[in-house]
Design a protein. Structure first.
Length: 616
């Protein structure tokens, strides 16, 4: 249990330490983050199966709110992927941020993000999961806008924050609905209630759809996709970690973590499939026309996440999990190589790049490995994970299988074009370039090795322990078709990149413009809602001020009535009672003969009156 608690806490403690005294350290506190991530990864390796920790947060009104962590096979696997990729990116960041005075702030935000992400993955409570989910969003906002002086950084961070908050509202309502239906935030209790039928089918469907909204926002699926390409304004390690392996994968992980809920809601699974399919195709097409290297990779991320959503919608959670892990390795490698290119050439514009393979051989080699993995070329990681997705799709129907093959073709086109335009062809950049720092080489090289071998390792270990049933392999025909599509796409894209033109003509660029306009609609609604809420709040404040002023005037009037009415009347009554008491007291002189004389006089008067009444 101590190891389980230490896994997310170590990066958080290291983040606080880096912020506190990182300026005194050689790497600005980055060595603390790297050390903490290495220890977290070691702690995961030492954890026993199904280790868990749970505590009651509070109880009220029959609701039992818990917080807890659990290392189930799924959460352990995804946490290991997060920690492993974060460690590679962290090592890379030591060299990337070298010489910058704001390194402590960067590494503090970096460590806070990783700690929050590990908490999210290991959480066994809906309340704690949502709290970590929001902390991940806050850390991503800070990291995207880290370079305040870069034009557009602030707007990109605000756009990402607003668009993901739209989805987060759905997740909030979803877990509150689960709380009202089960009386607890324990995830296992929710699963038991769903599987036993204690929650109606309509409630489960609504719950799944609300939580799907959160997954759409975090994983940049339509119609909340436009924030991810704009977020590329952040530092390269941010893109490599947040926007390939961790934050954007949180939406996919949410569906995996709550898969029994989604499995009981066929409507939600259908929505998953169609949203994933439309996002994967649209983002893949747009990536073929982008002229910015990192934006190509960003749209590629949207497309690859859509592919995972397709697998989930077709009831293939194991395939989605494997592709999530493989994608984390090859996409982070692509981003790190792109970061080397940007730092050494000062540009990400594909038109201004070219011929960098000889000047930056390590970056070119890492990019090549990751690109081949993305295109599904055997025996690299992407081949095995995309083969699993293809198996799920082809067993579901011929149309779904053709869709996945089309996505593999698009992947080969856009990554082949980006790689060719950057590393091949005529040299169009500065004449001499210095290679990356040794820490950047280590981090990028380690992730490139993982991109090459992780898929094979996972394929060789079908008993990895994921709580999802394995799907039978696709047929040889489907597999060969997918490989051919990936290779064909690479060749076609490389030719287009060599020529310096969009791979599929101007249509994808117009699609990008239209999609950007369409996806800004939710942001506009959110801003208008925020402004209307401000007006409503101002009206409520004015009403509250009027009520308070009325209450004050009523209090003043009450004070005046009390002072001039009750106060003076009470004083007069007291004075009258005192005067009457004085008069009565004068009658009580204490002289016995006067009392006897008075009694005799009253008796004589009574006898005389009686005699007169009886006289005839």
């Amino acid at each position: 249990m101590t190891l389980l608690l230490a896994v997310p806490l170590l990066p958080l403690v290291a983040a606080a330490a880096a912020l506190g005294f990182g300026r005194r350290l050689r790497w600005g506190g980055g060595e603390l983050i790297v050390g903490a991530l290495a220890l977290s990864l070691a702690g995961l390796a030492l954890l026993a199966d199904d280790t868990s920790f749970s505590a009651t947060w509070f109880e009220t009104g029959g609701f039992h709110l818990t917080v807890g962590l659990a290392a189930t096979p799924l959460t352990w696997f995804v946490a290991a992927v997060v920690a492993g990729v974060a460690l590679g990116v962290g090592i890379y960041s030591l060299g990337y941020m070298a010489g910058r005075t704001d390194r402590p702030r960067f590494f503090a935000e970096f460590g806070a993000f990783v700690g929050a992400m590990l908490t999210l993955v290991l959480s066994d409570s809906l309340a704690l999961l949502f709290a970590a989910w929001e902390l991940v969003g806050l850390a991503s906002f800070l990291l995207i806008g880290f370079d305040h002086d870069v034009p557009g950084a602030g707007n990109a961070a605000a756009k990402a924050f607003l668009m993901t908050r739209i989805g987060d509202a759905g997740l909030l309502l979803g877990w509150l609905l689960a709380l009202s239906a089960t009386g607890t935030t324990d995830i296992d209790a929710l699963f038991a209630s769903v599987e036993s039928g204690r929650i109606s089918a309509e409630t489960v469907t609504l719950m799944a759809l609300l939580m799907l909204a959160g997954a759409i926002g975090k994983s940049a699926q339509l119609p909340l996709s436009a924030w991810l390409p704009d977020a590329m304004v952040g530092p390269t390690p941010v893109s490599a970690l947040l926007h390939s392996a961790t934050m954007v994968a949180a939406g996919v992980f949410l569906v995996l973590r709550l898969h029994p809920v989604f499995a009981a809601a066929p409507v939600a699974l259908s929505a998953l499939f169609w949203i994933g399919a439309s996002t994967a195709v649209a983002a893949g097409l747009i990536a073929t026309a982008e002229a910015d290297l990192k934006r190509v990779l960003a749209w590629s991320t949207c497309s690859q996440l859509g592919e995972m959503m397709i697998a989930l919608g077709l009831s293939g959670p194991r395939a989605a999990t494997l592709h999530l892990a493989a994608h984390a390795t090859f996409k982070s490698t692509l981003f790190l190589a792109a970061g080397v290119v940007q730092e050494r050439t000062g540009t990400r514009d594909l038109v201004r790049l070219g011929g960098l393979a000889r000047l930056l051989p390590l970056a070119g080699g890492a990019f090549l490995i990751a690109a081949l993995a993305l295109a599904g070329v055997p025996p690299l990681s992407g081949f095995w994970s995309e083969e699993a997705v293809l198996a799920v799709a082809s067993h579901s129907g011929q149309g779904a299988g053709v869709l996945v093959v089309l996505l593999v073709l698009l992947g080969g086109i856009y990554v082949g074009r980006a790689g060719s335009a950057t590393f091949l062809g005529e040299r169009r950049g500065p004449p001499g370039l210095r290679g990356p720092e040794w820490t950047m080489r280590i981090g990028m090289g380690a992730l490139a090795i993982a991109a090459a071998g992780l898929g094979w390792l996972l394929a060789a270990r079908p008993d990895i322990g994921l709580p999802f049933s394995a799907v039978s392999e696709s047929t040889v025909a489907w597999r060969n078709l997918a490989v051919a599509a990936g290779v064909l796409g690479l060749g076609f894209g490389a030719a287009a990149g060599w020529a310096g033109a969009p791979a599929l003509g101007p249509l994808p660029a117009r699609l990008a413009a239209g999609l950007g306009t369409a996806t800004m609609v939710p942001v506009g609604w959110t801003m208008r809602l925020a402004r209307s809420i401000a007006r409503v709040e101002s009206a409520l404040d004015a009403g509250a001020r009027r009520i308070a002023e009325g209450a004050r005037r009523a209090a003043d009037e009450t004070k005046r009535v009390e002072a001039h009415g009750f106060g003076r009347g009470g004083d007069r009554l007291a004075a009258g009672l005192a005067a009457g008491g004085e008069r009565l007291r004068s009658l009580q002189a204490g002289r016995l003969y006067l009392y006897t004389l008075g009694l005799f006089a009253w008796t004589a008067a009574a006898l005389a009156a009686g005699a007169l009444l009886l006289w005839p």
